[in-house]
Design a binder for this molecule. Sequence first.
Ligand code: IMP
Length: 424
Amino acid sequence: MATAILGMQWGDEGKGKITHLLARKASVVVRYSGGPNAGHTVIDRGVKFGTHQVPAGAFYPGTRCVLASGMVIDLAVLREEYETISAHLDNEIDLVISENAHLILPYHRTLEELEGSGAAIGTTRRGIGPAYRDKAARIGIRAGDLLNPTRLREKLAYRVTLLQRLWPASEETAALSAAGLADGLLDAGRPFLSSIGDTAGMIRDALSSASTTGEEVLFEGAQGALLDIDFGTYPCVTSSATTFAGLGQAIGIPNPCVERRIGVVKAYTTRVGRGSFPTEITGGIGARLQEKGGEFGVTTGRSRRCGWLDLVALKHAARLNGPTDLAITKLDVLSGLPEIEICVAYRLRGERIVHFPLADEDLALCQPIYETLVGWEEGIEGVRKYSDLPQEAHKYLERIAAELGAPIGLVSIGPAPEETIAIG
Ligand code: IMP
């Protein structure tokens, strides 16, 4: 059986916890897109981790972790995470890295600063955009290049010359040396050299054996559908495909058979960085959600903007991810609110619309149209059975499932693995 875990909002939905939970039974866990811009929170045997490069499913010895071709990898971040988690496990993570995955170099972060995209889009400043741009421009450095140091140095020499030509006044680019960059990569990448190879073939084999033996293969999505490079709120998006629609390309398998696609939905909406957010609440309840939900970025520590659930945006995400079931996270954060708003449509230039505008500039003009649901007073952190949730919470959850056309399989009511209600 293969399962994909997919973000349905602007990231930070709680995919890390769900991946970690389901990975217990998985033989293979694949991260297939994005890079260290992602920060997946995992609590493993009482210890909290924020994973950025290693899959959130890496916490079980015997589970193979794959970094697939759609990713961009910062080897220094990977190395640190690999060592920390391996020490926690008392066992080295079984890691495989696609030879086609692109590497993030220090100059990618420099470019982000020189060009100002960090400030303009509110990026995570991890070099993501420039690294994916080098890939598209065919001047990127890939994991496979580490296996041939001579070729690596030649490619870097060409790349450094280009950078110095384009940014002649920059001290940072003037100081770059191909030999220094190559040494840095080879040093950080040393533990992984024997793990670099053809991940598409490996995933294909795992999927084919999963279909006959009942083994579990897990695909861990990064970011959320609304940050997708093509179908998100462009230009305030990340630089990769973040939806199920992008999975096949990112792993190199046409039409992969993924029977279960879990759409992860936070019970309210958050967004970090710049960009339109029709249901944002500034102050008041927004501040309360931020505080109670601990809404601060795992990667950057930035505070996340908070607002009500947006069904217009979620239906757009459902069309891109095709969820077979939903995991609703952080439901406990809504406890104690007398009323809960839910956005059912937008008003754009005087007209009621139910489609999600793709351009961030159009979304900025949309006013949310809300329906009001009755909230619940009592805390629900201790609840372990769906039937023990308050009636008003049932109504809220049932409304989401009905609107998105997918049943709810999991409800998360706290960060720890046991704070989860499995349904059905
Ligand atoms: P980048 O991916 O660092 O280029 O950032 C582009 C946009 O995506 C910014 O608004 C970031 O805040 C947002 N973003 C990227 N990764 C994540 C994530 O994992 N969670 C939430 N937002 C993210």
